[in-house]
Design a binder for this molecule. Sequence first.
Ligand SMILES: [Mg+2]
Length: 241
Amino acid sequence: MIKRNITALLWDVDGTLLDFLAAEKYGMEKCCRDIGVELSAKMLAEYSAINRSWWEKHERGEATQQEVFTGRMREFFTLCGIDHIDYDSFNAHYQQALGEAAFPQDDSIRLFKGLSGHFRQYIVTNGSREAQEAKLKKCGFDRMADGVFISSAVGAQKPSKAFFDAVREKTGYIPGETMIIGDSLTSDMQGGNNAGLVCCWYNPGRVKLSEQASGRSLRIDHEIHDLWELLPILGADHISF
Ligand SMILES: [Mg+2]
Protein backbone atom coordinates (compact mmCIF):
# COMPACT_ATOMS: atom_id res chain seq x y z
CA MET A 1 0.00 0.00 0.00
CA ILE A 2 1.19 3.51 -0.79
CA LYS A 3 2.10 5.39 2.37
CA ARG A 4 -0.18 8.38 2.47
CA ASN A 5 0.47 11.54 4.34
CA ILE A 6 -2.55 12.11 6.56
CA THR A 7 -3.08 15.71 7.67
CA ALA A 8 -6.67 15.63 8.92
CA LEU A 9 -8.80 13.21 10.91
CA LEU A 10 -12.59 12.98 10.88
CA TRP A 11 -13.79 11.30 14.05
CA ASP A 12 -17.07 9.53 14.65
CA VAL A 13 -18.37 9.92 18.21
CA ASP A 14 -20.78 7.17 19.31
CA GLY A 15 -19.10 3.80 19.42
CA THR A 16 -15.73 5.35 18.49
CA LEU A 17 -14.53 8.19 20.76
CA LEU A 18 -17.26 7.31 23.24
CA ASP A 19 -18.63 3.99 24.43
CA PHE A 20 -22.16 4.30 23.13
CA LEU A 21 -23.52 1.07 24.60
CA ALA A 22 -22.55 2.18 28.11
CA ALA A 23 -24.28 5.53 27.58
CA GLU A 24 -27.35 3.85 26.14
CA LYS A 25 -27.58 1.53 29.14
CA TYR A 26 -27.22 4.44 31.56
CA GLY A 27 -29.82 6.57 29.74
CA MET A 28 -32.43 3.89 29.21
CA GLU A 29 -32.16 2.53 32.76
CA LYS A 30 -32.54 6.01 34.21
CA CYS A 31 -35.49 7.07 32.04
CA CYS A 32 -37.33 3.77 32.41
CA ARG A 33 -36.86 3.90 36.19
CA ASP A 34 -38.34 7.41 36.18
CA ILE A 35 -41.57 6.09 34.61
CA GLY A 36 -41.66 3.05 36.89
CA VAL A 37 -40.38 0.48 34.39
CA GLU A 38 -37.57 -1.88 35.40
CA LEU A 39 -35.35 -2.35 32.33
CA SER A 40 -34.05 -5.91 32.02
CA ALA A 41 -30.91 -6.89 30.07
CA LYS A 42 -33.14 -8.49 27.43
CA MET A 43 -35.20 -5.32 27.05
CA LEU A 44 -32.04 -3.24 26.73
CA ALA A 45 -30.72 -5.55 24.00
CA GLU A 46 -34.05 -5.27 22.17
CA TYR A 47 -34.04 -1.50 22.44
CA SER A 48 -30.47 -1.40 21.20
CA ALA A 49 -31.30 -3.43 18.08
CA ILE A 50 -34.41 -1.32 17.39
CA ASN A 51 -32.41 1.88 17.78
CA ARG A 52 -29.72 0.64 15.40
CA SER A 53 -32.24 -0.31 12.75
CA TRP A 54 -33.86 3.13 12.94
CA TRP A 55 -30.51 4.93 12.55
CA GLU A 56 -29.76 2.72 9.55
CA LYS A 57 -33.06 3.86 8.03
CA HIS A 58 -31.92 7.43 8.67
CA GLU A 59 -28.57 6.75 6.94
CA ARG A 60 -30.47 5.44 3.92
CA GLY A 61 -32.60 8.59 3.89
CA GLU A 62 -35.76 6.65 4.79
CA ALA A 63 -36.44 8.37 8.12
CA THR A 64 -35.86 11.86 9.45
CA GLN A 65 -34.11 12.28 12.79
CA GLN A 66 -37.44 13.10 14.43
CA GLU A 67 -38.95 9.91 12.97
CA VAL A 68 -36.02 7.96 14.43
CA PHE A 69 -36.62 9.47 17.87
CA THR A 70 -40.35 8.77 17.96
CA GLY A 71 -40.30 5.55 15.96
CA ARG A 72 -37.69 3.74 18.04
CA MET A 73 -39.56 4.47 21.29
CA ARG A 74 -42.94 3.52 19.82
CA GLU A 75 -41.53 0.24 18.47
CA PHE A 76 -39.74 -0.58 21.72
CA PHE A 77 -42.62 0.12 24.11
CA THR A 78 -45.09 -1.62 21.81
CA LEU A 79 -42.84 -4.70 21.76
CA CYS A 80 -42.71 -4.65 25.58
CA GLY A 81 -46.48 -4.31 25.78
CA ILE A 82 -46.18 -1.00 27.64
CA ASP A 83 -48.65 1.66 26.56
CA HIS A 84 -49.65 5.14 27.69
CA ILE A 85 -46.16 6.41 26.97
CA ASP A 86 -45.67 9.84 25.46
CA TYR A 87 -42.88 8.83 23.07
CA ASP A 88 -41.68 12.36 22.36
CA SER A 89 -41.40 13.41 25.96
CA PHE A 90 -39.75 10.10 26.88
CA ASN A 91 -37.29 10.67 24.06
CA ALA A 92 -36.58 14.24 25.16
CA HIS A 93 -35.83 12.97 28.64
CA TYR A 94 -33.62 10.23 27.18
CA GLN A 95 -31.65 12.69 25.00
CA GLN A 96 -30.95 14.69 28.10
CA ALA A 97 -29.77 11.59 29.98
CA LEU A 98 -27.51 10.63 27.06
CA GLY A 99 -25.92 14.05 27.26
CA GLU A 100 -25.14 13.52 30.95
CA ALA A 101 -23.38 10.25 30.32
CA ALA A 102 -20.11 10.26 28.45
CA PHE A 103 -17.89 7.22 28.67
CA PRO A 104 -14.63 7.64 26.73
CA GLN A 105 -13.46 4.60 24.81
CA ASP A 106 -9.82 3.37 24.93
CA ASP A 107 -8.63 6.48 26.83
CA SER A 108 -9.72 8.50 23.80
CA ILE A 109 -9.47 11.91 25.47
CA ARG A 110 -5.72 11.48 26.02
CA LEU A 111 -5.26 10.20 22.48
CA PHE A 112 -7.22 13.07 20.93
CA LYS A 113 -5.38 15.63 23.02
CA GLY A 114 -1.98 14.24 22.06
CA LEU A 115 -2.83 14.26 18.37
CA SER A 116 -3.96 17.92 18.49
CA GLY A 117 -1.42 20.17 16.87
CA HIS A 118 -0.08 17.28 14.77
CA PHE A 119 -3.29 16.70 12.83
CA ARG A 120 -6.37 18.78 12.22
CA GLN A 121 -9.17 16.93 13.96
CA TYR A 122 -12.88 17.22 13.24
CA ILE A 123 -15.88 15.59 14.81
CA VAL A 124 -18.47 14.14 12.41
CA THR A 125 -21.59 12.70 14.03
CA ASN A 126 -25.20 11.83 13.23
CA GLY A 127 -26.53 12.08 16.77
CA SER A 128 -28.96 14.65 18.11
CA ARG A 129 -27.51 18.10 18.60
CA GLU A 130 -28.53 18.36 22.24
CA ALA A 131 -27.01 15.05 23.33
CA GLN A 132 -23.90 15.30 21.16
CA GLU A 133 -23.02 18.85 22.20
CA ALA A 134 -23.44 17.98 25.87
CA LYS A 135 -21.27 14.84 25.63
CA LEU A 136 -18.54 16.54 23.61
CA LYS A 137 -18.45 19.41 26.07
CA LYS A 138 -18.29 17.07 29.05
CA CYS A 139 -15.19 15.34 27.64
CA GLY A 140 -13.62 18.50 26.21
CA PHE A 141 -13.68 17.22 22.63
CA ASP A 142 -15.50 20.39 21.53
CA ARG A 143 -12.58 22.52 22.74
CA MET A 144 -9.84 20.22 21.42
CA ALA A 145 -11.39 19.69 17.97
CA ASP A 146 -10.76 22.03 15.06
CA GLY A 147 -14.45 21.75 14.15
CA VAL A 148 -17.61 19.90 15.17
CA PHE A 149 -20.18 18.76 12.58
CA ILE A 150 -23.47 17.36 13.83
CA SER A 151 -25.84 16.14 11.11
CA SER A 152 -28.91 17.95 12.42
CA ALA A 153 -27.01 21.25 12.31
CA VAL A 154 -25.38 20.53 8.94
CA GLY A 155 -28.71 19.58 7.32
CA ALA A 156 -27.41 16.29 5.87
CA GLN A 157 -26.18 13.10 7.46
CA LYS A 158 -23.43 10.52 7.07
CA PRO A 159 -22.97 8.70 4.71
CA SER A 160 -24.34 11.25 2.22
CA LYS A 161 -21.84 13.08 0.07
CA ALA A 162 -23.76 16.28 0.89
CA PHE A 163 -22.70 15.95 4.53
CA PHE A 164 -19.02 15.54 3.66
CA ASP A 165 -19.17 18.31 1.04
CA ALA A 166 -20.47 20.65 3.74
CA VAL A 167 -17.63 19.66 6.08
CA ARG A 168 -15.08 20.08 3.31
CA GLU A 169 -16.43 23.49 2.42
CA LYS A 170 -15.94 24.68 6.01
CA THR A 171 -12.59 23.00 6.70
CA GLY A 172 -10.88 22.80 3.32
CA TYR A 173 -9.72 19.24 4.03
CA ILE A 174 -8.00 17.41 1.18
CA PRO A 175 -9.78 14.03 0.69
CA GLY A 176 -6.64 11.97 -0.09
CA GLU A 177 -4.93 13.33 3.05
CA THR A 178 -7.94 12.92 5.31
CA MET A 179 -8.84 9.83 7.28
CA ILE A 180 -12.26 8.99 8.69
CA ILE A 181 -12.22 6.84 11.81
CA GLY A 182 -15.48 5.19 12.81
CA ASP A 183 -17.19 2.01 13.94
CA SER A 184 -20.05 2.02 11.45
CA LEU A 185 -19.73 0.45 8.02
CA THR A 186 -22.99 1.98 6.81
CA SER A 187 -22.35 5.57 7.91
CA ASP A 188 -18.59 6.07 8.45
CA MET A 189 -16.99 3.70 5.97
CA GLN A 190 -19.69 4.20 3.35
CA GLY A 191 -19.43 7.96 3.90
CA GLY A 192 -15.65 7.82 3.58
CA ASN A 193 -16.01 5.88 0.34
CA ASN A 194 -18.52 8.42 -0.98
CA ALA A 195 -16.23 11.33 -0.11
CA GLY A 196 -12.96 9.74 -1.28
CA LEU A 197 -11.37 9.65 2.18
CA VAL A 198 -8.89 7.20 3.65
CA CYS A 199 -11.12 4.81 5.62
CA CYS A 200 -10.16 3.40 9.00
CA TRP A 201 -12.70 0.99 10.48
CA TYR A 202 -12.71 0.84 14.27
CA ASN A 203 -13.84 -2.68 15.04
CA PRO A 204 -13.30 -3.37 18.76
CA GLY A 205 -15.63 -6.38 18.68
CA ARG A 206 -13.55 -7.98 15.89
CA VAL A 207 -16.63 -8.53 13.75
CA LYS A 208 -15.75 -10.39 10.56
CA LEU A 209 -16.25 -8.19 7.54
CA SER A 210 -17.56 -11.09 5.45
CA GLU A 211 -20.46 -11.42 7.92
CA GLN A 212 -21.47 -7.85 7.21
CA ALA A 213 -23.47 -7.70 3.99
CA SER A 214 -22.85 -3.99 3.74
CA GLY A 215 -19.09 -4.53 3.94
CA ARG A 216 -18.74 -6.53 0.76
CA SER A 217 -18.44 -3.67 -1.65
CA LEU A 218 -16.75 -1.22 0.69
CA ARG A 219 -13.15 -0.06 0.51
CA ILE A 220 -11.60 -0.25 3.95
CA ASP A 221 -7.99 0.95 4.05
CA HIS A 222 -7.24 0.16 7.68
CA GLU A 223 -8.90 -1.83 10.43
CA ILE A 224 -8.11 -1.24 14.10
CA HIS A 225 -9.38 -2.90 17.28
CA ASP A 226 -8.10 -0.27 19.69
CA LEU A 227 -7.91 3.46 18.95
CA TRP A 228 -4.22 3.58 19.86
CA GLU A 229 -3.45 1.29 16.90
CA LEU A 230 -3.84 4.46 14.84
CA LEU A 231 -0.42 5.74 15.87
CA PRO A 232 1.75 3.56 13.59
CA ILE A 233 -0.76 4.00 10.75
CA LEU A 234 -0.47 7.77 11.07
CA GLY A 235 3.31 7.64 11.54
CA ALA A 236 2.69 9.25 14.93
CA ASP A 237 4.66 6.93 17.22
CA HIS A 238 7.02 9.74 18.15
CA ILE A 239 4.31 11.86 19.80
CA SER A 240 4.40 11.84 23.58
CA PHE A 241 1.10 11.58 25.38
MG1 LIG B 1 -20.52 5.30 15.57
